[in-house]
Design a protein around this ligand. Sequence first.
Ligand code: M6R
Length: 613
Amino acid sequence: MCGIVGYAGNRNARNVIVTGLRRLEYRGYDSAGIAELNSDNSAISLTRAVGKISDLATRLEQHPEESTPATLAVGHTRWATHGAPTENNAHPHMSQNGAFALVHNGIIENYLTLRQHLIQQGFSFNSETDSEVIVHLIEQCYEGDLTRAVAAALEQLQGTYGIAVISSHHPDTIVAARKGSPIVVGVCPTETIVASDISAIVQHTNQVIFLNDGDIVTATGEDIDIVSAANVPVARETTHIDWDVGEIEKGGYEHFMLKEIHEQPEAISNATRGRLLPKDGTTKLSGMQMTPADLAHIDRLLIAACGTSLYAGMVGEYLFEDFADISTEVHQAAEFRYRNPIIERDTCLIAISQSGETADTLAAVREAIRKGADVLGICNVVGSTIAREAGHGVYLHAGPEIGVASTKAFTCQVAVLALMAITAGRTRRLSLNAGTAMVREIERLPDLVRAVITQEEKIKQIAKNYAKAEDFFFLGRGYMYPAALEGALKLKEISYIHAEGYHAAELKHGPIALLCPEVPVVGLVPDIQGKDKTISNLQECAARKSPVIAIATEGDKEIEQHCNDVIYVPRCAEFLSPIPVVVAEQIFAYYIARERGCAIDQPRNLAKSVTVE
Ligand code: M6R
């Protein structure tokens, strides 16, 4: 969602901020802004624009820099929540006396009360945002110490925040704080960069500090001091991030999504490297910190996640039940804390999140911990909040995923879930031979995905034929059911075509009424259990004159009689079949969206990391 970058040092702050904001564009935003401290430290100048960072850059060109460029600044990309995307609502927000500038991610729940109160005390507001109250509170609380003023303001807030603040009273200092919305501090010898995610930092340094909830950091170019909300100094470890700048650039691809689709063979290799023990018919996931006895004791598994991660979790449900006999329930993370999830002794919750920052998944983690469950995280972003709060878990090592549409995270999540299910299965009922065969299948995964990617040109041609459709169905059963949900999600989010993923057998319980020549159906029919039944369902669709596109196993010529087009994927074990099928769906969705001229990496209304409820 919104993005924050702040800089204190001795370089041109404007350049650092604008470059950083560009790195955060992928998160989704509708306006942007920057506040820079003038070189004589007399005032803070504010530049904001609705639209893209390029619009902000144009505005900045209209305010040429002073001969001595600013060395202290904060910048922001805003994804509107309170108030429309207008220039006044864009961040940074200024205090009434012009001495403080603030950027904020998150939501302040009691802002209306605070706003009323501040208005009564003579403050006037320039925006409709919840954020603006914070900067007025800082001005009101300021008695010469910026950190204390920020702490005193934050004490009055209910809700979530990641903030960064600069002041003309403190020309070399930036203060940042977090509660529920991430802030990362980039540690360099003579400068400090704070940001809402590491993409804005890695080009400057690989040494970062992740703030904990309640932390307030006061940084200059030389020093970084962190205190808790109670003003007690706290030590936070510095983490080394092994992403490099190349990984967060497009590398010649037209879109990040396409690059990330192509990265999947490598990403899966990274996610499984060093974790496969074929001779022992099992896997090694040190981060799980669970002994075979611990695994054997798990009675029930709950999986909580959102969006694509939720669908990966649904594949996990089949895996854990098929191979480890563990009763598994998948929960939409957003519902988890509002129902009464039953957590008994030996219940374990797996939270799946690419970003590790999704608010609903994080809330499910906290609720499960509160109720006494053992919580494991499956995250991609190292040091993310869910990864840290879960205590133990497995990193994907898929590399940065920038495209809003999740691709390589899904395939790596499924691969990692398969690894976990095999390990758990070996403590229960999987034989050595069965375990070995499964691990060998996982070793083939990168090649299987490569084989799908080589079909790109063919899939592109098929996609072009359907790019004008306004409704789609994706049908599957068994392991193909979550794959159907994921295929529909991919298509709708990047092409704006209405698409529904359905269990193939459910179609005739209602949605079949919608079928007609204008509504294509994608049938997921690789050679796995239940395929013949799904083919019968596809025949029902064809009888209603819906065009049918099948995703089937290479060599299956018979399927051609039942559909208008076929996308072939290589033969693979049933438990891994969602991976090649979903890669084919990703390519199909990508080329439909491209044909329609959509903003593939930053679809309208969407954000990469959903940090609000
Ligand atoms: O970072 P997370 O995996 O927790 O994100 C969950 C969803 O927001 C995410 O998968 C979303 O559905 C994607 N846009 C799907 O492509």
